[in-house]
Design a protein. Structure first.
Length: 146
């Protein structure tokens, strides 16, 4: 029997989708991460989700939201308050990964943000997410980008 080398990209993609939904809920309701996580684990089929990644992102992003917001806000071309909840959650996920998950290449972080925005966001929000995360990656991942 061969052991897995780690979580699959699709398991992480699924984790990000649930994190986005959890952050969206938190932004609108104020429910704590542990409450959201407990309910999601009961109500959703999460057997193909990277649960460790889901837990980390949901809890750490909620805890560090102000710090993460301060990192991407300089790259916005509109007021922070005008971001819709999906854009805000997507930018927080991407910013967290760019800052803390150096094992995830910056191109993957940006692409995953684009895919989340295409799936859950307004019709053109993926372009906006791409632009903001690309500028942020140029700052946070300067060495990786070359």
């Amino acid at each position: 029997m061969t052991q897995s080398a780690g979580p699959t990209p699709s398991a992480r993609r699924k984790a990000r989708r649930f994190v986005l939904q959890g952050l969206y809920e938190w932004q609108l309701s104020g429910n704590a991460a542990h409450e959201i996580e407990a309910r999601y684990r009961v109500e959703n089929a999460m057997h193909k989700v990277d649960l460790d990644y889901f837990h980390e992102l949901l809890h750490r992003i909620q805890a560090e939201a102000e710090t993460l917001d301060a990192l991407f806000t300089p790259y916005l071309d509109r007021a922070f308050g005008s971001l819709d909840p999906v854009e805000l959650a997507t930018l927080r996920i991407g910013t967290y990964e760019l800052k803390h998950r150096l094992d995830v290449p910056y191109r993957v972080v940006i692409n995953e943000g684009i895919e989340l925005a295409k799936t859950f966001g307004a019709s053109e929000s993926h372009k906006y997410i791409n632009g903001v995360l690309d500028k942020l990656a140029a700052d946070l991942r300067r060495v990786e980008r070359g």
